[in-house]
Design a binder for this molecule. Structure first.
Ligand code: P1T
Length: 377
């Protein structure tokens, strides 16, 4: 079955009770039971909810995974995956991730005995030297937020599996439409559904998809025990969002390429980070493991003052955190999404005070370019 067919039909069976074509929002906290231990598979809404279940089947199918679980946010999905490791275990974390992911490791997980080291996972030799006897997991984002570094997921998986470690990939930036980490050898995929999967900037959510039965059981157990579940209404919104994922991603990709090329030739722009540009260091790898480049572009303006002028000078693009919505969003990683990353680490990665990130929306691309041009000028 093709991607769009799966996106529209997986989990979206007509409602058993009424035949409703659109999965209803089952806004209930509990379910009437016919007798002790006799029920329709739904006992309590933290544990099971039909709207959430429909979404879980849907996104799992899109990621070619057997199991999927929807969470209250991308961060709660990531935190739950980290419950697969225990005190005394070591995790290799990609050196550039969303700032919140770094913050979870550096400010919270370390206090629970989880050891971690940062590694440039785009360099497999460097990654290889980061393994320790107690390394149980490698956590990567590709392309990274915000400097768009690409990691060879097949290569990382081979290295990790040979050492008994699992690979987790945060697939938020490309969505399963452009990249399927499980097909590339990864064990677990995480998402912030807040972004492309929902796609309309009106819901916060997260997702975990995987194939291993025992790990899936544990994720489900933790999801129920901790209770960071996606609400029925948000599940409905994301389920509606994924139906148009393919057409939206095509439009983001088309506009992303145009904007990246425009910025690359602009005299006020010093550097552009976009894997679709031939100048990107991992352009060939991106072409191989992705089926598109997406709509995330970052660019260097040279100074905080320049960045501020662009960010405050745009009229069509909205200054704000987040990404992946139909509208173009522009942000300043150093003070916004990556403020919790130490300055020295940020600068080393290219997350400078002059770096601007744009989530290219699906408006008419001439309008986006005109807006960026007037702000840059
Ligand atoms: O915001 P939340 O739904 O909890 O997702 C966290 C998260 C996880 N992974 C990646 C790659 C992300 O980009 C995010 C959230 N990012 C932003 C809010 C942002 O503007 O980059």
């Amino acid at each position: 079955m093709g991607f769009s067919t799966t996106a529209i039909h997986a989990g979206n069976e007509p409602d058993i009770a009424t035949g409703a074509v659109s999965v209803p929002i089952y806004q209930t906290s509990t379910y009437a039971q016919e007798g002790l231990g006799k029920h329709k598979g739904f006992e309590y809404a933290r544990t099971q909810n039909p709207t959430r279940l429909a979404l879980e089947k849907n996104i799992a199918a899109l990621e070619n995974a057997k199991y999927g679980y929807a969470f209250a946010s991308g961060m709660s999905a990531i935190d739950t995956v980290l419950k697969l490791v225990k005190a005394g275990d070591h995790v290799i974390l990609g050196d550039n991730t969303y700032g919140g992911t770094y913050r979870l490791f550096s400010r919270i997980l370390v206090d629970y005995g989880i050891e971690f080291d940062l590694a440039d996972t785009s360099d497999l030799t460097n990654l290889e030297s980061s393994f320790k006897p107690n390394t149980k997991m490698v956590f990567v984002e590709t392309p990274t937020n915000p400097v768009m570094t690409v990691t060879d997921l097949h290569g990382v998986s081979e290295l990790a599996h040979a050492r008994g470690a699992k690979v987790v990939c945060d697939n938020t930036f490309l969505s399963p439409y452009f990249q399927k980490p499980i097909d590339l050898g990864c064990d677990i995929v995480v998402h912030s559904t807040t972004k492309y999967l929902n796609g309309h900037s009106d819901s916060v959510g997260g997702f975990v998809a995987l194939n291993d039965e025992a790990d899936a059981e544990w994720i489900k157990f933790v999801q129920n025990s901790i209770g960071a579940i996606l609400s029925p209404f948000d599940s409905f919104l994301v389920l509606r969002g994924t139906k148009t994922l393919a057409v939206r991603m095509e439009a983001h990709d088309k506009n992303g390429r145009v904007v990246a090329n425009f910025l690359a030739e602009h005299p006020k722009v010093q550097k552009v980070y976009y894997p679709g540009l031939a100048s990107h260091p991992q352009h060939e790898l991106a072409k191989k493991q992705q089926t598109g480049f997406g709509g995330m572009v970052a660019f260097e303006t040279g100074s905080l003052e320049n960045a501020k002028r662009v960010l405050e000078g745009v009229k069509l693009c909205t200054l704000g955190e987040s990404l992946g919505g139909v509208e173009s969003l522009i942000s300043h990683p150093a003070t916004m999404t990556h403020a919790s990353v130490p300055t020295e680490t940020r600068n080393k990665l290219g997350i400078t005070d002059g770096l601007v990130r744009i989530s290219v929306g699906i408006e008419d691309v001439e309008d986006i370019i005109e807006d960026l041009d007037q702000a840059l000028k």
